[in-house]
Design a protein around this ligand. Structure first.
Ligand code: HGY
Ligand code: MN
Ligand code: MN
Length: 426
């Protein structure tokens, strides 16, 4: 062990670094930092600077992920295929975001390496700290794309997805200074990745209700993102009688309510359904909408009920469209299965917390995380940090420096005790 840890100081450092990142936004009066924007690049440069100061060798991969490499004991400069423990999270945000979602995990990894730098501590394995740029999927119709690239599961068709301004991911990558043709170079060899560990705010109320600063995640709920496009008939708001309207918006609204009813009926599967984004055409006050597109975000704690629910929703939506003389089309562009956290890593995190006198409960994550991508490459686990009122994806998102310090300290103890040989065979 590298001596006692100053948890309060670690927490204050985390808070200060998070504040610096929070000042980098596309919008003056709220935090929004989408993938491959100039603000993403500024945040990436700041994170790379912190990594370098912590004596990590920094690089940027083909998807813009910033990677900080803390060399293993005796590792020669430029050595290839060095087995490494991966630690990280994302630095992109939703629209009008909180400061902690994603950023905490990157900052925590950097603070852990800073601690080892100060203690002159190296390990038989390297440690890579990762700052992913597209976890939220708030710009392109992709989700978790940068961690997918590292895991080797990036899909070339994603390059043709466009943002709200019609810019393709391919073009945005080129504008950012990346080569879309080089995406494959981001993939890490399976035998290089020993495990992936992520610190993240809980984004829910469980730890606050249990009065615990941190928890250990058992699994991450699977999720669909399905674009629903409803076609109707434009008409004059003043002259078309109600019974003969083909109003695409009202059909879409009824479909959203159907999704809500389906999710409420499957509460035993912790099912949740959300429509957070909707476009209405032509969008004129006095014109009956003729085309409405929305995205259904559908999640559950296991995959079977989630699949059943999507089929049921599509049936109900088709019936609603038919009854209103409208059409409906579906495109599921994100289908991420439930991902289980490796028990041996969970146990390592619980032991690390226990060594600090913290009794970390285990809990499920309803929110998605880069760990779902990384699960396709290696075993993964997560530490959750209590957040005020469980509020997230909201500027009111808040975690205390003491709780963040406890999470960073737990990560430090986990890395010190990490032994890849404990990974179960097979
Ligand atoms: O949507 C999610 O669960 C995550 O915040 N991307
Ligand atoms: Mn988020
Ligand atoms: Mn997140």
């Amino acid at each position: 062990m590298t001596g006692t840890l100053d948890i309060e100081r670690l927490g204050r450092r985390a808070e200060a670094m998070i504040e610096e990142l929070a000042a980098i936004s596309e919008e003056p009066d709220r935090l929004t930092r989408r993938f491959l924007t100039p603000e993403h690049k500024r945040a990436a440069h700041l994170v790379a600077q912190w990594m370098a100061e912590a004596t990590m060798v920094t690089s940027e991969d083909a998807l813009g992920t910033v990677r900080g490499h803390y060399a293993a004991q005796g590792e020669t400069a430029g050595a290839n295929a060095v087995p490494r423990l991966l630690v990280g999270s994302h630095i992109d945000t939703v629209i009008n975001a909180g400061k902690y979602d994603g950023m905490l995990g990157v900052v925590a990894g950097i603070l852990a390496i800073e601690h080892f730098r100060d203690a002159g501590r190296r390990f038989p394995f390297a440690v890579d700290v990762l700052a992913f740029g597209d976890e939220e999927g708030s710009r392109f119709p992709t989700v978790l794309s940068s961690s997918a690239a590292l895991a080797g599961t990036f899909e070339p068709r994603w390059l043709d997805g466009t943002d709200r301004d019609g810019i393709t991911l391919r073009q945005a990558m080129q504008d950012y200074g990346l080569d879309p043709g080089a995406v494959g170079t981001a993939a890490m060899a399976r035998d290089e990745a020993l495990a992936y560990v992520e610190i993240h705010i809980e984004q829910g109320p469980v730890l606050e209700r249990a009065n615990q600063p941190i928890g250990v995640v058992t699994s991450i709920a699977g999720q669909y993102r399905t674009r629903v496009t409803v076609g109707g008939m434009a008409g004059h708001a003043g002259t078309v009688p109600m019974p003969i309207r083909q109003d695409a918006l009202l059909a879409a609204a009824e479909m959203a309510l159907a999704a809500e009813a389906i999710a409420k009926a499957r509460h035993e599967a912790a099912m949740v359904a959300t429509v957070g984004q909707m476009t209405i055409n032509p969008g004129a006050i006095n014109v009956i909408p003729d085309r409405v597109a929305f995205v259904l975000d559908l999640r559950a704690s296991s995959d079977a009920p989630r699949m059943e629910a999507l089929v049921l929703f599509q049936k109900r939506a088709e019936a609603i469209a038919a009854a209103r003389g409208c059409t409906v089309a579906f495109e599921t562009y994100h289908d991420c299965p439930t991902a289980g956290c490796a028990p041996w890593l969970q146990d390592g995190l619980v032991q690390a917390a226990t060594a600090l006198g913290i009794d970390a409960p285990r809990l499920v994550s309803g929110a998605g995380h880069d760990g779902q991508s990384m699960a396709r490459l290696t075993d993964f686990a997560m530490i959750f940090v209590r957040c005020k009122g469980g509020i997230s994806h909201n500027p009111a998102e808040f975690s205390t420096s003491a709780d963040m310090g406890a999470a960073v300290a737990t990560l430090i103890r986990f890395i010190e005790g990490f032994d890849p040989a404990r990974r179960p065979a097979g």
